[in-house]
Design a protein around this ligand. Structure first.
Ligand code: ADP
Length: 397
């Protein structure tokens, strides 16, 4: 089956076009600056051919039309007819409590997504726009929603409830949802394959470390806990997000600095994390470079980042009663030798022993010979999961 995977943001659309039998991307690209001047589509094909198209891309519908036009084009295309797209899979950030797995898009599902907009005010509206745009442009092509939250939807109340009045959970659905679920699901399965053991026998801690960072405790294939919560703000230190914080601090700063709700939100989501502490950058490479040049604040940022991950490894090993593997993924997890080294330093008591040379060579299995638990580096591929889920659901239709 040929599946177009879309990740629709407020002013951008990332896409990949998959052959789900061969599990390869035939084309991929991004439309940026939708609705602004200087909108551009950058498209590349599996054979290395690439093209940049500048245009007046006023909204998501026009953006999808541009994507289709380039996919159909003689010089840069990969299909001959619109009908060659068998299905469209959407990354949808928030499924709320309604979705425990990927679903075929119907007017009823779209309505539930619209009802969930308050839970993800930044992410769900552009996801919905993308679904509506595809309906306009590709009318009858089936669409599937794959939710960032779904993999975590089997958490027990003791893991997902917060210590606030229970009525607030009932009234406003305030609970831990977790995000990056598609990535945690994918890498935990690949980890089991790599270990040659069934997933349903394993206790795996997954660390997705990108611009946003989260961890999950995956016990027998089920996410039993995860570090992001009601929103993606909670948990690990991230590029620009604070992660865990004593909530009183927010009230205190709001009082001291006279911040509005929205300014406080921006402070915690955009000016905190690696950026806020280092004063250098939200980009881990730049933080590490500055640290190696002796910048003290960058060293604090690096140390806090790794220390938090380490604490969560311990917490999740305790939550699951053991650990068989620690998986690193995401831009930082896959690439940073320094982060993996610092996180694993001192975790030998859990049976996690990292091999320095394998770590530097960026192998998949980074564990020392004889290490009781595995340290793994597994590149994530959320788009492929979305394509495969879509093919499976549409195939069943
Ligand atoms: P996103 O969450 O936006 O998908 P990525 O998963 O691509 O982001 O991760 C981006 C992060 O990965 C950035 O902090 C970047 O510095 C980091 N990164 C990429 N390559 C390296 C590297 N070689 N060493 C350290 N960090 C890296």
């Amino acid at each position: 089956m040929k599946v177009l995977v879309l990740n629709c943001g407020s002013s951008s659309i990332k896409y990949q076009f998959f052959d789900t039998v061969q599990k390869i991307a035939l084309a991929k690209g991004i439309v940026e600056r939708i609705g602004m001047s200087g909108a551009v589509l950058n498209h590349s094909r599996y054979d290395g051919d690439s093209v940049s198209i500048v245009g007046e891309i006023l909204d998501h519908t026009v953006a999808i039309e541009y994507v289709l036009a380039v996919m159909l084009s003689k010089n840069h295309g990969v299909i001959e007819d619109k009908e060659d797209i068998d299905a469209v899979g959407h990354r949808v950030v928030h499924g709320g409590e309604a979705f425990t797995g990927s679903v075929l898009m119907t007017p009823e599902v779209l309505k539930v997504l619209q009802d969930n907009v308050e839970l993800a005010p930044l992410h769900n509206p552009p996801n919905i726009k993308g679904i509506q745009a595809v309906t306009r442009v590709l009318s009858d092509t089936p669409q599937v929603g794959v939710f960032d939250t779904a993999f975590h939807s089997h958490m027990e109340p003791h893991a997902f409830l917060y210590g606030i009045p229970y009525e607030l959970y009932k009234r406003y659905k305030i609970r831990r949802y977790g995000f990056h679920g598609t990535s945690h699901r994918f890498v935990s399965q690949i980890a089991a394959d790599q270990m040659g053991r069934p997933l349903n026998e394993l206790k795996i801690v997954t660390a997705h470390l990108g611009n946003g960072c989260s961890m999950a405790a995956v016990n027998k294939g089920i996410s039993v806990d995860t570090s992001m919560g009601f929103t993606p703000l909670e948990g690990l230190l991230m590029g620009t997000r604070s992660g865990d914080i004593d909530t009183s601090i927010i009230l205190y700063i709001m009082g001291k600095e006279g911040l509005s709700l929205s300014e406080a939100n921006t402070l915690l989501n955009k000016h905190s994390g690696l950026t806020g502490i280092s004063g250098t950058s939200s980009d881990m490479r730049e933080v590490i470079d500055a640290m190696k040049e002796g910048n003290k604040r960058s060293k604090y940022a690096f140390d806090i980042f790794n220390y938090r991950i380490k604490k969560y490894v311990g917490a999740y090993a305790a939550a699951m009663g053991g650990i068989d593997a620690l998986v690193f993924t995401g831009g930082i997890g896959e690439n940073s030798v320094d982060v993996r080294t610092a996180v694993c330093d001192g975790l030998e008591f859990l049976g996690l022993e990292i091999d320095t040379e394998k770590n530097e060579r960026k192998e998949i299995d980074l564990s020392k010979e004889g290490s009781r638990a595995k340290v793994l580096r597994i590149p994530t591929n959320e788009e492929l999961v979305i394509a495969l889920d879509t093919a499976e659901i549409v195939g069943e239709k």
